[in-house]
Design a protein. Structure first.
Length: 467
C-alpha cells in the first residue's frame, strides 16, 4: 500500500510545484497571500478543518477572517444555496425577489427588537462596499465630508474605506487622500495610549478627545453653536485587524453621548464582529449604545456568496431622503447571497449562540491564560465571546515580537505538528498594531475537545518557534 501511495504523492507534489510556478508568474501579489512564507494549496474544507492536497488536516482558528462562523460546508446553508441555484440563481438587482425582502425584514426586525429603532436595510457586496454606502448616507444627511475613525481601525480598501482606515500603508501608493479621517486613539488597555497601564483605565484617552470640543481653536467644533465639522465616527466595537481589542465597558457609552451633543453620527462597523462572533448578534450590544448606522458583511452568508449591507435609522434612509439610485451595485442583492443570508438568519433564530458562544469563549480564554503562565512571551490574552487575542512579545512580556509571531504562523502552515498523535497543521491569522497578535475566530460550533486540540497545537508551534 505504501509503494502504491508514493507515486500519487509525487504526482501531487509535482502538480503543486507547477501551480505555484504559475501563481508566481500570473497572479498579482497585491492581495494578502504572500504575507506568509509557507504557500499552501488547499483542496477541501469541512467544519473547522481544511485539508491540503496531501490530505493533511489543518485546524482553522481564523475561519476566513470570521466569514465562516457557522463552519465550512454547513449542510443546512449549503442545501439552501443548492435549491436557489436550481430555482433562481440569477436575477438583475433591478428586480425584486422573495429572499431579498424577507432577509431585509429579518435584519430590520432584529435591530428594532434589540435597539428599539426602526430602520431600513440596503444591500451590497463586500464590507468595503457597504462602508462606502454608509459614507454616502452620512454625507447625504450631514452634508459633511469629514469623519472620525480610530487608530488601529480597519474598514476596507476601496478609496473611501481606505480614507477612514488608520494604516498609512494602505494609502501610501495611491496619492493624496483629501478626506482622510481624523484618527482618535482607541482604548487599547494593554498598550494604553496614555501609558497608564492595563489595569488602570480612567478613560483618559476619551477625556483627551472630549477636550477637543471645548474650543474652536482645537479645529473640530464651534462650542457656541455645537456645530462640528465632522459628520460621523466610524467605530469597530471590537477592533479586528487592530488585534481584537476589547474596549472598557463605559467607553462607547460616553463617546455616543458626546457625539449626540454635536450631531455626529455613530456608524457601527460590524463586518467582522457581527453574527454572534462576540456572543451577541451585534458586538455593539455589549456596550449599551444605539448606533445610527450598522454595517454588516462577512458571516452573513457564511462565505457562500458575497453579500454585505447597511441598516440605517428611518430618518437617514427613508425613500424621501434616500431615493432610488442613491447607491447601487450590479450584484448588490444577488439571489444566491440573499438566500444564503436568509438561511443564516433562520439558523441563528433556531440556535442558542447567546449562551454557547460566551461559554466556549470563557473556556478557550481560560486555556489561553494557562499558556500565558507557561510562556513569558505571551504578553496578553483577552477576548469577547469567540473573538480572542494572543499578543506575542519578547521575554519582557511587553516589547512586540513580530518575528516570533510570523515564525509560529508559518510553523502552523507547514502542517507538521503532531499533537494528538496525528500530523496536522494550524491556521492562524496575524493582526495588531505591530503585527504581533494572533486573532482567533474559530467556528461558533467549535467543541471543547477541539479547543483542547487548538491549545495543544498552538503550544507545540510556540515551543518550536522558540527553538
Amino acid at each position: 500500500m505504501d509503494k502504491m501511495s508514493r507515486p500519487s504523492e509525487k504526482i501531487l507534489t509535482s502538480k503543486e510545484e507547477m501551480l505555484l510556478a504559475k501563481e508566481a508568474q500570473y497572479c498579482s501579489w497585491g492581495d494578502t497571500v504572500h504575507y506568509a512564507k509557507e504557500l499552501k494549496i488547499f483542496s477541501l474544507s469541512e467544519g473547522i478543518y481544511v485539508y491540503d492536497s496531501h490530505g493533511t488536516q489543518y485546524l482553522d482558528l481564523q475561519m476566513w477572517h470570521s466569514v465562516a462562523n457557522f463552519g465550512y460546508k454547513n449542510q443546512y446553508i449549503n442545501n439552501i444555496v443548492k435549491d436557489q441555484i436550481d430555482a433562481l440563481p440569477q436575477l438583475s438587482c433591478q428586480y425584486l425577489h422573495e429572499e431579498k425582502i424577507l432577509l431585509a425584514e429579518k435584519i430590520a426586525k432584529n435591530i428594532e427588537k434589540t435597539f428599539g429603532e426602526k430602520g431600513r436595510v440596503h444591500f451590497n457586496i463586500g464590507g468595503a462596499s457597504a462602508i462606502e454606502d454608509a459614507i454616502k448616507i452620512v454625507r447625504n444627511h450631514t452634508k459633511k465630508n469629514s469623519a472620525f475613525a480610530f487608530m488601529g481601525g480597519y474598514h476596507g480598501r476601496t478609496l473611501g474605506a481606505t480614507a477612514i482606515t488608520s494604516s498609512f500603508r494602505y494609502r501610501e501608493h495611491f496619492g493624496h487622500f483629501a478626506d482622510r479621517a481624523h484618527f482618535v486613539p482607541y482604548p487599547y488597555q494593554f498598550r494604553c495610549p496614555s501609558d497608564r497601564g492595563k489595569d488602570c483605565c480612567d478613560m483618559s484617552c476619551f477625556k483627551d478627545f472630549e477636550k477637543l470640543f471645548g474650543s474652536e481653536y482645537y479645529s473640530l467644533v464651534n462650542p457656541k453653536t455645537k456645530n462640528c465639522e465632522y459628520g460621523a465616527f466610524f467605530v469597530e466595537p471590537v477592533q479586528a485587524t487592530g488585534g481584537y481589542i476589547v474596549p472598557p465597558k463605559g467607553y462607547f457609552k460616553e463617546l455616543k453621548k458626546l457625539l449626540d451633543r454635536h450631531q455626529v453620527l455613530f456608524v457601527d462597523d460590524e463586518v467582522h464582529m457581527g453574527f454572534y462572533r462576540t456572543g451577541k448578534m451585534w458586538a455593539i450590544e455589549h456596550f449599551d449604545v444605539v448606533p445610527d448606522i450598522i454595517v454588516f458583511g462577512k458571516a452573513c452568508t457564511n462565505g457562500l456568496n458575497p453579500l454585505s449591507g447597511i441598516w440605517a435609522k428611518e430618518h437617514l434612509i427613508s425613500p424621501e431622503v434616500f431615493p432610488p439610485g442613491s447607491t447601487h451595485s450590479t450584484y448588490s442583492s444577488n439571489s444566491i447571497g440573499t438566500a444564503a443570508a436568509l438561511g443564516v438568519m433562520n439558523l441563528i433564530e433556531a440556535s442558542d449562540f447567546s449562551a454557547s458562544v460566551p461559554e466556549k469563549g470563557k473556556y478557550f480564554l481560560d486555556r489561553l491564560n494557562g499558556l500565558k503562565k507557561k510562556y513569558p512571551q505571551i504578553g496578553d490574552v483577552d477576548g469577547l465571546g469567540l473573538a480572542l487575542r494572543i499578543e506575542i512579545c519578547q521575554k519582557d512580556g511587553r516589547t512586540p515580537d513580530r518575528e516570533l509571531t510570523e515564525k509560529i504562523m508559518n510553523i502552523g502552515l507547514k502542517g507538521k505538528l503532531t499533537a494528538a498523535g496525528r500530523q496536522r497543521g494550524l491556521l492562524l491569522s496575524i493582526g495588531g498594531y505591530f503585527k504581533n497578535v494572533f486573532t482567533l475566530a474559530p467556528s461558533l460550533y467549535i467543541t471543547h475537545q477541539e479547543i483542547d486540540l487548538a491549545i495543544d497545537l498552538f503550544d507545540e508551534a510556540f515551543s518550536e518557534g522558540l527553538r
